[in-house]
Design a protein around this ligand. Sequence first.
Ligand SMILES: *[C@@H]1O[C@H](CO)[C@@H](O)[C@H](O)[C@H]1NC(C)=O
Ligand SMILES: *[C@@H]1O[C@H](CO)[C@@H](O)[C@H](O)[C@H]1NC(C)=O
Ligand SMILES: *[C@@H]1O[C@H](CO)[C@@H](O)[C@H](O)[C@H]1NC(C)=O
Length: 233
Amino acid sequence: MRSVALCLLLLVGASQSYLLQDYTLSDDEIQLMAFREQPQNAAISACQDIQFNYCQTTFNTFFGMDESISWRNGTYIFNTVQKYLMMNVTELVKVCNTRTQFYQCLGSSYYTCMNLYTLLNKPQPDFSNTFDYVRTFRGLEGMCVGGFSEVVYQWDCLGTFPTTMAYQNCINNFNQTVAANNFCPAVQQTGVCLNDAYNAACGAPAAGYFGCELFRITFDNSCWGLRCMVDGA
Ligand SMILES: *[C@@H]1O[C@H](CO)[C@@H](O)[C@H](O)[C@H]1NC(C)=O
Ligand SMILES: *[C@@H]1O[C@H](CO)[C@@H](O)[C@H](O)[C@H]1NC(C)=O
Ligand SMILES: *[C@@H]1O[C@H](CO)[C@@H](O)[C@H](O)[C@H]1NC(C)=O
């Protein structure tokens, strides 16, 4: 039954491609992450609603999203950004520029706003939308900052790879092993799995490092000190 479901998933997935890695976490896991991301430093800038909304609206304009779309619509934002990233490299570069403007717009409050603990403490949050929101921006950071030259060079292969069985095996394994008492080890293990799988598909060592980093960066604040290794270094 499980393998039938997996095949259907792959058939559906095969018709599209995506750069931002797709996977789900349970509400419990998201809550655990949020707790681990709690800002420790009282001097960190607050996330002010007025500025946050203003910067978000400007970001939305590029994608043709309504100005009312916010972190509460994280899944919609994830899918919309994904669609633009997959159009072509020109559009990807524009998305990255839009992300830079958003980052500069929020200034010193950027990381406070892009934080699960901060957002889940707002009234009536939806966990999966909030997680999708945060990981969209973390993924963009990984892709547009550290991984930029790699993604521009290998856009086609890196975007097609997450439709393969090799990718899905890493993610299924993550889904089955991640738990409160095993959270960061599961993230680390998945990073290694993705490193090997991206390398095999798109060429070592840069593709593997890209795939591992893109995954790891989402957990940067909840699993301190995890690193992706460059093969052969
Ligand atoms: C694993 O994936 C399923 C289906 O997408 C999801 O419902 C579940 O919450 C995931 N488990 C964990 C621990 O994230
Ligand atoms: C965005 O989220 C709000 C609050 O959950 C919801 O009312 C609205 O319908 C969502 N908009 C879209 C386009 O999904
Ligand atoms: C990239 O995709 C956009 C949207 O489909 C299109 O308008 C544009 O002409 C494409 N650019 C290139 C260089 O292919």
